[in-house]
Design a protein around this ligand. Structure first.
Ligand SMILES: Nc1ncnc2c1ncn2[C@@H]1O[C@H](COP(=O)(O)OP(=O)(O)OP(=O)(O)O)[C@@H](O)[C@H]1O
Ligand SMILES: [Mg+2]
Length: 171
């Protein structure tokens, strides 16, 4: 299975989630291939053509590389994860992403994940409603604000959070 972390906006935790997803899948005994379309290369790349999971980090924009990857995804066993914050600028991005996903026939393969967010905040509830209005699905798991995510440490709390994410999505 392929997992693509995408959002047309930057700084929403695409790379962090991608890196931790790859790590945790490996800890669970799965083999992973890690690739990216981001020239800044924020993830540790792993090449393994026989991998159980192929995970992709992407640059935060509709670049030609991203479009190519997303077009290829239409016919593949793929899950597109869109990390999203709850700010006003993030809200503006939703109609645009929805339109593109529609065009590419990828809506059903896409799940939105709220990041750096308090699980029960009012803005979170509002954003979930907005997504639903566009026919988009958000998962229950919310990536909390955590120090170790930014410092790339491996505490039990971080591992448990990512495990919960993977259980809801792929395992
Ligand atoms: N849950 C979190 N809690 C605290 N800090 C976080 C969390 N997730 C990500 N960060 C930090 O926020 C910043 C942006 O995260 P990240 O690089 O993963 O985003 P991105 O979407 O890949 O950004 P870009 O579009 O620039 O590639 C980083 O400094 C990262 O360490
Ligand atoms: Mg990144």
């Amino acid at each position: 299975m392929h997992i693509i972390f995408f959002n047309s906006k930057g700084g929403v935790s695409k790379s962090t989630l991608c890196e931790y997803t790859a790590q945790e899948l490996q800890r669970l005994g799965y083999s992973v291939n890690v690739d990216n379309t981001d020239q800044q290369q924020h993830v540790t790349l792993i090449e393994n053509e026989e991998a159980d999971y192929f995970v992709y980090d992407t640059a935060g924009a509709f670049t030609s590389d991203n479009l190519e990857l997303l077009k290829a995804a239409a016919d593949a066993n793929v899950l597109i994860i869109v990390p999203l914050n709850t700010g006003k600028n993030d809200l503006k991005e939703i109609p645009f992403i929805a339109e593109k996903l529609n065009e590419l026939g990828l809506k059903d393969k896409t799940r939105f994940v709220f990041t750096k967010t308090r699980p029960n905040s009012k803005s979170l509830t509002e954003r979930r409603i907005t997504l639903a209005e566009f026919g988009l699905t958000s998962i229950n798991w919310v990536m909390p604000m955590l120090d170790d995510f930014s410092e790339q440490r491996n505490t039990a709390r971080t591992r448990n959070e990512i495990l919960a994410f993977l259980h809801e999505l792929v395992l």
